[in-house]
Design a protein around this ligand. Sequence first.
Ligand code: EPU
Length: 433
Amino acid sequence: MDKFVIKGGRKLTGEVTISGAKNAAVAILPAVILSDEPCIIENVPLISDVNICICILTEMGAEVTMMDKNTYRIDPTKICNFCVPYEMARKMRASYYFLGALLGKFNKARVSMPGGCPLGDRPIDQHLKAFAAMGAEYTLSQGMIDLKANKLHGCQIFFDVVTVGATMNAMLAAVRAEGLTIIENAAKEPHIVDLANFLNSMGANIMGAGTDVIKIRGVEHLHGATYAVIPDQIEAGTFMAAVAATKGDVIIKNVIPKHLESITKKMEKIGVNIEQYDDSIRVWVDGPLVKANIKTAPHPGFPTDMQSQIATLLTLAEGTSIITENIWEQRFRYVDELRRMGADITVNGKVALIEGTGNLMGAPVKACDLRAGAALIIAGLAASGITEIEDIYHIERGYDCMEGKLRALGADIEKVSVPDKADAKNSEIKKAI
Ligand code: EPU
C-alpha cells in the first residue's frame, strides 16, 4: 500500500508540463479497434487507466508496442477476442468504450459492467439506447453486457441527458454504420472533439463535434493514422489550484487555454492572476483569495472534475462560498477528509457551503476517488504540518507522475510504501493456524 506524505507550506514555483488528457486517451485507445491498419498514438499519459486499456487491447489480440513512455503503436488487425472481463472492466469506468468500438467494427461485444470512481448512480441507459437505435440488440446478465447486430445503420439519437460517455460511444459505433447518424443533445467536452478528430484522421466522416448536434456519415473502412492526444484540461486546472493554494508562481506548459476558460474565469474571480500565451499559462497569487460561487455543468460550464480542487482553494479564501454539484450525487465525499484538516464545510444535498478559514492543518486522510485525491494533495501542500494521504491508487488512475511534477516545483511530497497491517495480521493468523 502506497501513500503520499506531504510537508505543507512551500510555495510552488517554476514550470510544469501537462500530460495528455486521460478522458480523451481512454476513448482513443479503444477507438483504434475500428481501424483496418495499425495506428500510432502519441502524448498518451502514463496512468493506470491507460495501462488497463492497453492490457484489454492486448488480451483481445491487438499487437501493442510502447515506442516511448507516451507513444504506443497499436495493430488491431489480429483482434479475435471480443470480451472485456470483469477483472479488467471493474477497474475503470471507460471500459464502456470497448462496447462502442467492438460493436462498430465486429457487430458484437461482450463487456462487463464498468467500474471507476464511486460517484453515485452511474447508469449506462443512454449508451444502450444509442446502440439499440443503430440496430443492435443487448442483454444484461451476470454483470455482463452482450451486444450484437446483423448490421448497424444510421439513425437519429436524442440523449435525455448530456452525457460524455454515451456521446463518445455513439460516435464509435456509428463511424462504420451504414448511412447517416445524427446525435442531438450531444456533450461538447474537448475530449469529444479530440475523439472525432482522431476518427476523422482515420477516414471517418464526423461533423459538428463540439456542438450539441453531431452528424456522422458511416464509411466502410478506416485506415491507420498517427495522432497526438490533447493536453489534460483537468490536470492543468489541478495545477492551477495547487499553485494558487500555495500562493506560488508557475508557468503551466502544454495546455490549450481555450479549454481552461471556465476554470480561468472562476480562479480570476477568486483573486488568482492568470496570463495566457499560445500553449501555456502563468499562474500566480500576490494578494488575498476571496469567496466565489460555483455551479458545475457540462462543457463549456465549470467541470465537475475540478469541483473538489476548487473547493479546497475556497477553504483558504476570505468569506463564504457556495458550490452546487449538478453532475454526480456523491462528489462531496472528500469533504469529511478536508474537515479533518480544519476546513469548515457544510453539505446539504448537492450544495456545499464553505466558510473560508484561511488555513488548513496537516492530518492523515484517505483519497476516496480520483479528484478527491487531487483535492487532498492541494490541501496538504497548503496546510501547516504533515499530511499523509492513503489510497493513492485513485490518484494514479488519472494523474501522470503527480508527485514528481510537484517536487520539481518545490513541493515536499514523497510516495512511501507501507506494509498493509491487515494483510500482515492475516498472514500471522494463517501461520498460527
Ligand atoms: N447519465 C445517465 N445515463 C447514461 C449516462 C450518463 O443518466 O447512460 C448521467 C450520469 O448519471 C451523470 C450525467 O449523465 O449524471 C453525466 O454523465 P457522463 O456520461 O457525462 O459521465 P461519464 O461519461 O461516465 C465522464 C468522465 C468523468 C466526468 C464526466 C462528466 C470519463 C472516462 N469519465 O464520465 O470523469 O466526471 O464525464 O464530465 O470520461 C474523472 O475524470 O474524474 C471523471 C469522473
